[in-house]
Design a protein around this ligand. Sequence first.
Ligand SMILES: Nc1ncnc2c1ncn2[C@@H]1O[C@H](COP(=O)(O)OP(=O)(O)O)[C@@H](O)[C@H]1O
Ligand SMILES: [Mg+2]
Length: 505
Amino acid sequence: MTEPTRVVEMKQIVKRFPGVLANDQVDFDLRRGEIHALLGENGAGKSTLTNILAGLYRADQGEIFVEGQRADIGSPRDAINYGIGMIYQHFMLVPSQTVAENIILGLREPRFRLNLAQAEKRVQELSQQFGLKVDPRAHIWQLSVGEQQRVEILKMLYRGANILILDEPTAVLTPLEARELFATLKSMTAQGRSVIFISHHLDEILEIADRVTVMQKGRVTAAGVSPQGMTKNDLARLMVGREIVFALDKKKMEPGAVVLKIEQARALNDRGLPALRELSLQVRANEILGVAGVAGNGQRELSQVITGLRTLVSGRIYLGAYDLTNKSPGEIHELGVGHIPEDRLGTGLASGLSVLYNLILRRYKQAPIAQGIAINWHTARQVSKNLVETFEIATPTVDTRVGALSGGNTQKVILAREISTRPDLLVAVHPTRGLDVGATEAVQKLLLQQREAGAAVLLISEDLDEILAVSDRVAVLFDGQIIGEMPTAEADIEKIGLMMAGTKT
Ligand SMILES: Nc1ncnc2c1ncn2[C@@H]1O[C@H](COP(=O)(O)OP(=O)(O)O)[C@@H](O)[C@H]1O
Ligand SMILES: [Mg+2]
């Protein structure tokens, strides 16, 4: 038996950024025909390692071998000459041009028109060969995000890549598009290509990876192990160095009085079209209502009308005995509504300002931080230091800019600020989107703590597993209405799936 051929070997790679050792003597190897997953929490060093291989960064130390030969990769162009192609998270396509035009763009070939016809033919062949459905003559602006990703993959295959790097490719995909991508990756490896697949989703890794390398804080904690026979728990332990609780400890609770009551709410979206159509719902104290549904069915508008960021055309919203209808965001917050918005660095936080400033943003007008019309900075500093400690926010100091923190820590800053004022109602919109398992677990636990402390929680999420794990009741939002509702204990995934597609059952 011969050893499986190594198409890539990275040896003792070191890469420093100001203040961080992003890759600390990393060894990595890729075999022909395999899907090798790189797993690790946000900031572990995965993108850095693959950016080095793709010629975007230069390693400070270490060596790279491609097909057994020492490789000097100084640019993405060098990388593609070695057959290495990277698919970025943010696509770099020209919207006004066609698929085929984008694919040959930048190749500096003469006789563009003639080549275009040939390119279209070749794109067609490649798309059939690997099951990448896309029309070579379609314009980029006409394509969905999933289709644009296929164009990026085709672009690399067209340029002769036989080693493909995909950095968190499923983050932008619907579940169905992710399935199609996995089929494509399998077909590529079956045809002798090799794939490096970056993800922090354990399910995905268990499903498609032949081997997995796990990174933690710049170092490899498991090198090229087979995930066969492993459980999600096994992988999680390798990734975060401790046990992750997948089954959350949800205490049994009797829901209390009605806290949030929405009666026949109607609202328009940004384009002036109906977004909420006489939507009604209730959430009680000690209760989490999970709102499931495909994005774009009124989720954003629902959270906005409750928190005062959007006007209600008709209908009413009550918080206990208070009428919240069309009050300002400030008044609504003072009455006891906390909000974890979907865009953390937009409405959520002032990214250019410090952790301290962001943590006290809601309270600088109240004692003890307010002293008359002045701010007591000493107290403000103490309050924010305590919050950083309680919520385990990993930040160098409270004076660090919020924009410099990782996604998980950014989200913790928002949670700390919104929860520490003890709201009666917490509106959480996609609270764990983009977070790794460790941060997701922390956020979900905090939501459950709010429920136990007596708050009503409205959880809007696209992640059905999350909704089922955390909520007491599930409501399905479709086309601006709640089209069905059930206790989580009686929830049936298939039934919810049908409702998400608009079928009343
Ligand atoms: N261009 C850069 N400049 C400064 N620091 C960076 C840069 N790229 C990555 N880092 C830092 O290096 C570490 C590893 O980041 P990264 O490789 O992006 O991790 P991952 O992809 O696993 O989330 C992080 O602390 C990150 O902040
Ligand atoms: Mg990354």
